[in-house]
Structure formats: structure tokens, C-alpha cells
Write a protein that binds this ligand. Structure first.
Ligand code: NAP
Length: 488
């Protein structure tokens, strides 16, 4: 199978924060990979910008080093890196001052797509939007790409939406959630809406419950100061996991069109029920490590012995609509867990009557959508255990790894950022969050956080390399269910 590269129009992409971590690790290497795929038109320019004193030659060197570090050797070569570098330019700009702006405005061209990637701290988003306008850098068709976090509660998200709306129309604003750029996440929509097989079963009559797991093995590392102000709920649940939940739960949009898809997601978020205190377990990793010691605890990592921020959260939520009434959605995410894995498991109900009697080997059908590692799908079905001796049942997986199923194409699935940046250039907002979606997500999240703050709730300790706090097991046990194993 040969992957099709759909051409995009020539563009000027300005990356604010081009010397930062995200730009070096994801955005710039991603653009190089798109260049290698033949998707960067000849006349396009990538204009890096930050406060650091640097000229274009130094910026090109920085980008080549980033490509060498973050693109596997087999997928890069010196000649193409040099050719790619010809597209790169640098302008020194201070988001909060006057320096550099007239120069940047002078570089802008008519007749090409104009996009501005805000890869800087969220506190600078407003200043950038304002100056793009004030110095005449932007145009009515220009696009801005806004990184996460988008606010830290409903109030701040509303304020940010209002600030951006002063200078840009909603159709110009691309709020990035890189989970939506993951191939498997888009596959969720393909699986649901391009097959007749699943949709008739995709409701509370047939689905017992849904589990969404995003488990990491790493701790907060160098991001401790930032992370401690947010925690797992704000960092993962309000955005990424909410988006996954929406794609599983939403009604079929009338068309694969930005507003049609986002309207359906918004309805799901609005139908989410408040979460009871009993339905939440928060955790914090202890000191230790797989080999029994040496690694700091969460509190040590964030250098605050009194911290009450969670590095793990599990919760049960319900969606109050006809399709899902009675089917719980269990979400869990955490750091320093047993394995690095992200998956969605749709656990189906029992057959209405077993013709085999009380067969011990019986298990429910489960559809597992793996986001990482090894993106793919796995449908667990019951078959007869081979051999004589009666009808014994055994559960087997119908397992599909996208990398294997798609051959060469699957081995080189584009990174989420590559896909999303090209969507910005194309002007396709389907995989970006709309302002009302983000606000609705905060409106659901805020009371949950306010609840545990009012109760003075302390996160439960859990050992690094475990599946999280013991109490999280009870969240499902008391409903007669159990979490899937966290394993790669
Ligand atoms: P970072 O490493 O701290 O980089 C920040 C960038 O902003 C640098 O290039 C910095 O360069 C520039 N900058 C700082 N102050 C500036 C100013 N006043 N005017 C112009 N440029 C300024 O941050 P990051 O990790 O790349 O994160 C960037 C954004 O992406 C943040 O919103 C973050 O939340 C989001 N994000 C990051 C990641 C990640 O993995 N890193 C993941 C998801 C989301 P100078 O100091 O030279 O100006």
C-alpha cells in the first residue's frame, strides 16, 4: 500500500517559541518529516521566533540538530536536511514588547497561507494575539495554533477565549489537542462510522461499560513545578481523555465536517453527569522504583512535602442520554505506573442466555483500541477450546496491529503534530477543539476539583511500578467489574 500525500498550498508558518522544548522535539522534526514526504511546497517558509539572540544560520543549525536528535537515522539524510533548512528563517521577537514585530510584519507575503503557532507559555497567548493584530502581521484568513493548557478552569478558559476573539474569528483559531492527531484516535471514527458491524451494538443495551486508560511509566521529571499546579485531572482528563470519551460516545455526525463533528462532541460533554466523591480516587506516587528504591516520591519531585496534587486519578462517570444511560465510563491515568500504555476498552454485556450452561471459561466480548504502544485493535471473542472432552470455551483475540496490517505505511505512521500542522495549513478544523467545547469540559471539571478541595481530600499513596492506589480497584470491584491489566 502506498500512502497518499495530499498537497497543501504554499505557506508561511511562524512558530513562536521555536527554540523551546515542544518545537525542538515535535514541531520542527514533524515538519522535516512532512518535507521528506513531499508535502512542503517549494515556496513555503517556516519562520522561527523567540527572544533569544540568533540569526537564521544559527536557527537552521538548531533545527538540524533537533532533527538529528528526534528523527530516526533511517528516516533522514544530510542532503534533505540541508534542503529543508533552506525553508527556515528566524526573527527575534518579544511577545510582551515591541522588538522584532515590524520586521516580522515586513516578512509576511500575500497569496500564501499565513499561520502562527503559539508554542509559548499560555500566559503569552493574549500578548501574541494582540501584537499580531497591532503590528499588522496577521490577515483576515490567517490562522493561529494555540497549545495546551487552554485555561486552568472555566473562568480562565472563558477569559482566554474572549481575548483571542478580540483579534481572531473562531474559524481562525486552532486549539490543539495532540491526542486528536493520533492515527488510532481518528481510526476510532473510521471503525465506528465506516463499518456496519459495531454501531448497532454501540449503546447501553449491549455495552456493559467502557474503560479508558492512559498510563505512563515516567514521573513528573523536570516538569514538576508546572505539573504540581495542574495535576492529572487538569493535565490529562479535562482535555485528552475527554476527547477520547467524546469520540466513543458521540452520535454519528451528519458529515465528517468540523462543526458537525464538534457539535456532536459538545453534546456528549454537556450530557456528562457530575461525579460523586465516592466515584473518584486520586493518588500520588511514593518513593521507590521498580528495583525497590532510589527514585524520589512525587512530593520530592515537586519539592513540596505538603503537596496535595494528584499524579494519578481514576473516576467513574455517566452520560445522561438515550444511548448511554446505565453504561459507566471508567477513566484512569497516572504517572510511574506499571507500563506505558493508552487504550480504550469497550466491554460488552453477557449473552442473554448461555446454551453451554455455567461455562467457567466464559468471558465477555471486549473491543480494545490501543493508542500506544503498537497502535491497533483487538477484539476478544469466545471460541471452543480445541480437543475432545466436551464444549469448553476459551477467549481468543482477533488482534490487528496497524503497523502489520498496513505494511510499510503502518511502520511510518505520521506523528500527531505532523498531521495537525498540515490540517492547519489546509484550513481543516475537524481535529481541533472549538471554544465552546473547551468551556463545557471545564464546566464539568471545575466542580469535581472544587469538591475535593472543599473536602480537604489527600491523594492516596501508590508504589511506583504498580497499577495505582488500591482504592482504585474498589471503584470497579464494588460494581462487580475489574480494571484491565496495565501492560504493554
Ligand atoms: P519552553 O521549552 O519553555 O519554550 C518556550 C519558548 O518560548 C522558548 O522558545 C522561549 O524562547 C520562548 N519565549 C519565552 N518567553 C518569550 C517571550 N516573551 N517572547 C517570545 N518568546 C518567548 O516551553 P515548551 O515546553 O516548548 O512549551 C511551549 C508550549 O507548548 C506551552 O504552552 C506548553 O504548555 C505547551 N506544551 C508543551 C509540551 C511539551 O512536551 N514541551 C507538551 C504539550 C504542550 P526565549 O526564551 O528565547 O524567548
Amino acid at each position: 500500500m502506498v500512502s497518499r500525500v495530499i498537497p497543501v498550498d504554499p505557506f508561511d508558518l511562524v512558530i513562536f517559541g521555536a527554540t523551546g522544548d515542544l518545537a525542538r522535539r515535535k514541531i520542527l522534526p514533524g515538519l522535516y518529516r512532512r518535507y521528506m514526504a513531499g508535502q512542503i511546497p517549494e515556496s513555503s517558509r517556516i519562520i522561527g521566533s523567540a527572544r533569544s539572540e540568533m540569526d537564521t544560520a544559527a536557527f537552521r543549525t538548531l533545527v538540524i540538530e533537533a532533527v538529528e536528535e528526534f528523527v530516526p537515522e533511517a528516516r533522514r539524510d544530510a542532503a534533505s536536511m540541508k534542503a529543508f533548512a533552506e525553508h527556515l528563517h528566524y526573527v527575534r521577537v518579544d511577545a510582551t514588547g515591541e522588538n522584532g514585530w515590524p520586521e516580522l510584519a515586513g516578512m509576511m507575503r500575500d497569496g500564501v497561507v499565513r499561520a502562527f503557532y503559539f508554542s509559548v507559555a499560555p500566559s503569552l497567548f493574549g500578548a501574541l494575539a494582540e501584537r499580531l493584530h497591532h503590528f499588522g502581521v496577521t490577515s483576515p484568513e490567517a490562522r493561529i495554533v494555540v497549545e495546551k493548557p487552554f485555561g486552568r478552569d472555566l473562568e480562565t478558559a472563558r477569559a482566554l477565549n474572549a481575548t483571542l476573539a478580540e483579534h481572531f474569528a473562531e474559524s481562525q483559531i486552532y486549539r490543539i489537542d495532540h491526542y486528536l492527531g493520533k492515527e488510532t484516535v481518528q481510526n476510532l471514527m473510521a471503525v465506528r462510522f465506516a463499518n456496519i458491524l459495531f454501531e448497532p451494538l454501540w449503546n447501553a443495551r449491549h455495552v456493559d461499560h467502557v474503560q479508558i486508560t492512559v498510563a505512563e511509566t515516567v514521573g513528573v521529571g523536570g516538569r514538576g513545578q508546572y505539573y504540581d499546579k495542574s495535576g492529572a485531572m487538569r493535565d490529562m482528563v479535562q482535555n485528552h481523555m475527554m476527547q477520547l470519551l467524546c469520540l466513543i460516545a458521540m452520535e454519528p455526525p451528519y458529515h465528517f465536517d468540523p462543526d458537525a463533528v464538534r457539535d456532536e462532541k459538545l453534546k456528549v460533554i454537556r450530557a456528562l453527569q457530575p461525579v460523586d466523591a465516592d466515584d473518584i480516587v486520586r493518588g500520588q506516587y511514593r518513593a521507590g522504583g521498580k528495583k525497590g528504591g532510589g527514585e524520589p516520591s512525587y512530593a520530592e519531585d515537586v519539592e513540596d512535602p505538603a503537596t496535595r496534587t494528584e499524579s494519578y486519578i481514576a473516576l467513574k462517570t455517566q452520560i445522561a442520554n438515550w444511548r448511554w444511560k446505565g453504561t459507566p465510563f471508567y477513566l484512569r491515568t497516572g504517572k510511574k505506573l506499571r507500563a506505558r500504555t493508552s487504550e480504550i476498552a469497550i466491554v460488552f454485556k453477557e449473552v442473554p442466555h448461555s446454551i453451554f450452561g455455567d461455562e467457567e471459561g466464559w468471558r465477555e466480548n471486549v473491543l480494545v483500541i490501543r493508542l500506544q504502544p503498537n497502535e491497533g485493535m483487538n477484539l476478544k471473542v469466545m471460541i471452543k477450546e480445541p480437543g475432545p472432552g466436551g464444549m469448553r470455551l476459551v477467549q481468543v483475540p482477533l488482534d490487528m496491529s496497524f503497523a502489520e496490517a498496513l505494511g510499510e505505511d503502518g511502520a511510518d505512521i505520521p506523528d500527531a503534530y505532523e498531521r495537525l500542522i498540515m490540517d492547519v495549513i489546509r484550513g481543516n478544523q475537524t481535529l481541533f477543539m472549538r471554544g465552546d467545547e473547551v468551556e463545557a469540559a471545564w464546566a464539568w471539571t471545575d466542580p469535581i476539583i472544587a469538591g475535593w478541595e472543599a473536602r480537604g481530600d489527600r491523594p492516596k499513596g501508590y508504589d511506583p511500578g504498580s497499577s495505582g492506589p488500591e482504592d482504585a480497584l474498589m471503584l470497579l470491584h464494588r460494581d462487580g467489574r475489574r480494571w484491565r491489566e496495565i501492560c504493554e
